[in-house]
Design a protein around this ligand. Structure first.
Ligand SMILES: Cc1ncc(COP(=O)(O)O)c(C=O)c1O
Length: 303
C-alpha cells in the first residue's frame, strides 16, 4: 500500500475508535457526493503542529459549504483518542467533517455532522522532489475555490499521472494558464533573487505552510511576492519549492510535463518546460528558507 500500512492508521468516528473497520453510514453525504471538508496536519510525537490554524481553515471551508462551525471540543476528543495509543514520531493527522446522512443526490437533509479523525505515521519529507505539470486546470472561479473539501478525485487522477512520470506531486495551472498549486501543496519560485508564489485569486488553497513561509521569510528579511504568475515561470525560475503540512519546504529538483491532450497543451508548449531540471541539491534561497522554517517551526508549535 502506498504511504504506509493500513494497520498503522488509527481512526475515530463520532465518538468511537474504529481504526480500519467499517464506520460510515452508506448514505453519508461525504461518501455519496463528497459533501464534507477536511484538514491534514503534521503530528510530532503527541503534538499537532499549527492546530489552531487548521481549525480556523476548516471553519472557513465549512462556512463556504454552508455547514455549521467546527465543534472544536468534539474534534479534540477524536484527536485525543487517536493519539492516546502513544506518540507518532512523524505523522499525519487527518480530520474530516461531513454533512452526515443525506439523500442520494446533491441536495441535503438538515446537517447531522459526521466527525472523523485519523492518525498514522508518515515518511519524513525528502529535501527535494520532482513534479509533473498536468494538462488539467484548477478553476479559480469554482464555487468551492479555496475550500478544502473532500471532493478530491481530480487530485487523485492528477497525482497518478505525475507518479507515472516518477514525480511525487502534480502541478496545476488555472483556467487562464497561470501557475496555481499542487494536488496537496503550494508552490514557490525564485526568479533573479526574488521569491514569488501564486496569489490566492489564482485559485490555490490558502496553505498553512504557505502562509507561515511568507510570514517567517518576511520576518527573517526575505520578501515574498504573491502575484499572478505565468506557467512559463517554471522554465525561467532559478529555484522552486513546494510547501505543505507534511512536506514543510521541499525543493523541486525537476519539472516534467504529463500528457498534452487538453486546452492547456498550447500553454505548456509555450511555457517551454518539457523538462526542467533544477538539481537535487536545494538552491541557495531554498536552503535558506528551509533553515528559517526549521528554526521557527521548532520554536512555535501553534503559530
Ligand atoms: C490543494 C492543496 N493545496 C495546498 C495544500 C497545502 O496546504 P497546507 O500547507 O495547509 O498543508 C494542500 C494541503 O493538503 C492542498 O490540499
Amino acid at each position: 500500500m502506498a504511504n504506509g500500512n493500513v494497520d498503522d492508521i488509527r481512526v475515530w468516528v463520532n465518538g468511537e475508535r474504529v481504526d480500519a473497520g467499517p464506520a460510515l453510514a452508506a448514505l453519508d453525504h461525504g461518501v455519496t457526493v463528497g459533501d464534507g471538508v477536511f484538514e491534514t496536519a503534521k503530528v510530532l510525537g503527541t503534538e499537532v503542529f499549527a492546530l489552531t490554524r487548521h481549525h480556523d481553515r476548516m471553519d472557513r471551508s465549512l462556512r463556504g459549504l454552508g455547514l455549521p462551525r467546527l465543534d472544536r471540543g468534539r474534534i479534540q476528543e477524536g484527536i485525543d483518542a487517536v493519539l492516546a495509543d502513544g506518540p507518532i514520531d512523524f505523522g499525519r493527522l487527518r480530520y474530516t467533517v461531513t454533512a452526515g446522512p443525506g439523500p442520494m443526490g446533491s441536495d441535503r437533509y438538515d446537517p447531522d455532522m459526521t466527525y472523523i479523525v485519523g492518525a498514522a505515521p508518515a515518511p519524513r519529507p525528502e529535501p527535494s522532489t520532482s513534479v509533473a505539470v498536468v494538462p488539467w486546470t484548477r478553476n479559480e472561479r469554482s464555487a468551492v475555490v479555496g475550500l478544502k473539501t473532500t471532493s478530491y478525485a481530480e487530485n487523485v487522477v492528477a497525482l497518478a499521472a505525475a507518479k507515472d512520470l516518477g514525480g511525487s506531486e502534480a502541478i496545476f495551472a488555472n483556467s487562464v494558464g497561470a501557475l496555481c498549486e499542487g494536488t496537496g501543496s503550494n508552490i514557490f519560485v525564485v526568479l533573479d533573487g526574488t521569491v514569488l508564489t501564486p496569489a490566492l485569486p489564482s485559485g490555490p488553497l490558502a496553505g498553512i505552510t504557505r502562509a507561515l513561509t511568507i510570514e517567517w521569510l518576511t520576518e527573517a528579511g526575505i520578501d515574498v511576492h504573491e502575484d499572478e504568475l505565468p506557467l512559463s515561470i517554471l522554465a525561467e525560475a532559478d529555484e522552486a519549492w513546494l510547501t505543505s503540512s507534511t512536506r514543510d519546504i521541499q525543493a523541486i529538483s525537476q519539472v516534467r510535463v504529463a500528457g498534452s491532450s487538453s486546452s492547456l497543451a498550447g500553454q505548456i508548449a509555450a511555457a517551454n518546460i518539457s523538462e526542467r531540471t533544477f538539481g537535487t541539491a536545494p538552491g541557495e534561497i531554498t536552503q535558506r528558507a528551509q533553515e528559517i522554517w526549521a528554526k521557527f517551526s521548532a520554536e512555535r508549535m501553534d503559530p
